[in-house]
Design a protein around this ligand. Structure first.
Ligand code: G3I
Length: 371
């Protein structure tokens, strides 16, 4: 009886070992980190299943929201570090490369940051001092524990000119240099990044390269440019992704990273951005085309898309330091609510129940060098 029980135990363990999906992080070539963005719910224990997928599969984490200014520093003299502390502890417990997102952005920044006592816009000196205090307090608290920071996020318009944000308007063009200077002061060891989306568009990419060359000519530390990688199944083209991965390191002299990867499988129509609520409801119904499940054909298309992207990443591996997915399972993705809320999207490698999708297998196969 005892022998039988033991045999059964061994067989069960063997079956579990066979069934357990291989960890992507174990397939990644040296120097290429693989990461995922964690939601506040995951960090605070509200979604244990997807958190354990993340810690099993990845060797880097980025907080999806909890280190944004409005989350961590909602009022002038009030910081809320408790979710961020949990986040960093998770990274340490699992020996992960911990990324901070983000220090200076025009979104998710409370109105008080930009306001003066008697009007909507603070002057240069006030804003610089608020920026410095914020960066020294937040990046300083995690000195040596957060290993890389998105210092400035989304500072560019689509044509590559600087975005007219309150930062730019109140401080001037050197607000970016100041942010990098303060980040270096807060943690001289941390890697520092410029992060933006649509850098596959040549004009916008030129803008990012210009920013980084300017920072470097001032003697400031910059380790990489992050292309977020919020892409579709057909756009950008593989050639445009290839150009991005080649061009950034060649012309900016820093590594390139894909920092917020997800692949939108739903139709995007410019009309979706309209403000007409009746029209919006109609568009939502008409474009929420997979409300119950992603059909096999689209599932395979998504898998091929991810395989193609990872093949390019591997081709450029000496210059690509990290690929981070913007979430773990499809349930978590912001694309369920963007560009219009309430659709069912399928952009990531795990489905809503935490099961690996064909896209997961496809990425694993490419990393194994089999396809
Ligand atoms: O936490 C509140 C909750 O209390 C409230 O009930 C709920 C009602 O809407 O809102 C919750 O906050 C939302 C938050 O996500 C957490 O879910 C905000 O409204 C919503 O605006 C916020 O969206 C985030 C967005 O950035 C804006 O900060 C997305 O989750 C996040 O994925 C997205 O991430 C950005 C990157 O930081 C930068 N690059 C683009 C990327 C995608 O937009």
């Amino acid at each position: 009886m005892r022998v039988l029980r033991l045999t059964l135990l061994v067989l069960t363990m063997a079956a579990v070992a066979v069934a357990a999906p291989i960890a992507l992080k174990s397939l990644s070539p040296p120097g290429l980190r693989l990461g995922a963005a964690l939601s506040t719910a995951q960090v605070e224990g509200g979604d244990a299943r997807s958190l354990s997928i993340a810690t099993d599969q990845f060797n880097s984490i980025t907080p999806e929201n909890l280190l944004k200014w409005s989350n961590v520093h909602p009022e002038p003299a009030r910081f809320d570090f408790s979710p961020a502390d949990r986040f960093v502890e998770i990274g340490e417990r699992h020996k992960m490369f911990v990324v901070g997102h983000t220090l200076v952005w025009h979104q998710q920044t409370p109105a008080w940051v930009f306001a003066s006592a008697d009007g909507p816009r603070a002057d240069r000196a006030t804003l610089l001092s608020r920026m410095r205090e914020h960066i020294l307090t937040v990046a300083g608290r995690y000195r040596g524990r957060i290993h890389g920071w998105d210092v400035v996020n989304e500072a560019l318009e689509e044509d590559g000119t600087l975005r007219r944000t309150p930062w730019l308007e109140a401080i001037g063009e050197d607000y970016i240099a100041k942010a990098f200077e303060f980040a270096r002061e807060a943690d001289p060891q941390a890697e520092l990044y410029y992060n933006d989306y649509n850098l596959w568009k040549p004009a916008k990419r030129d803008g990012a390269i210009r920013i980084v060359n300017d920072l470097r000519s001032r003697g400031l530390r910059v380790d990489a440019i992050g292309e977020q990688g919020h892409w579709g199944v057909g756009e950008p083209s593989l050639e445009q992704i290839d150009d991005t991965l080649r061009d950034i390191p060649a012309r900016a002299g820093v590594k390139v990273m894909l920092t917020e990867v997800d692949i939108d499988v739903l139709p995007r129509d410019p009309a979706m951005w309209g403000a007409d609520l009746a029209k919006k409801a109609t568009i939502r119904a008409a474009t929420n085309i997979y409300p119950d499940r992603l059909p096999d054909e689209q599932q395979q298309q998504l898998a091929r898309r991810y395989a193609d992207i990872f093949r390019l990443v591997l081709e450029h591996r000496s210059q690509v330091s990290r690929v981070t997915f913007w979430g773990v399972t499809d349930a978590q993705s912001w694309l369920n609510d963007f560009p219009i809320p309430g659709r069912v999207n399928y952009p990531l490698l795990w489905d809503r129940e935490g099961r690996p999708k064909p896209a997961f297998d496809a990425v694993g196969e490419v990393l194994k060098g089999r396809r």
